[in-house]
Write a protein that binds this ligand. Structure first.
Ligand SMILES: [Zn+2]
Length: 59
């Protein structure tokens, strides 16, 4: 189940929209910022269909 999330970039501070796949529960992924293209680790705390928390760190 895909849920839209707001991701604040730890490099440039811009907030962009991404999608989280909540079907498998908590996970982390590396994604590039859609604004400055710098990589970051996105940790998604979720249950199927619902995102509880998004943690972002520079990768
Ligand atoms: Zn950025």
């Amino acid at each position: 189940m895909l849920v839209e999330i707001q991701v604040p970039c730890p490099h440039c501070g811009e907030i962009f929209t991404s999608t989280a796949d909540t079907s498998q529960g908590d996970y982390s992924t590396i994604e590039d910022c859609q604004v400055c293209c710098a990589p970051m680790t996105i940790e998604v705390i979720c249950e199927p269909g619902r995102v509880d928390e998004v943690r972002v760190n520079p990768a």
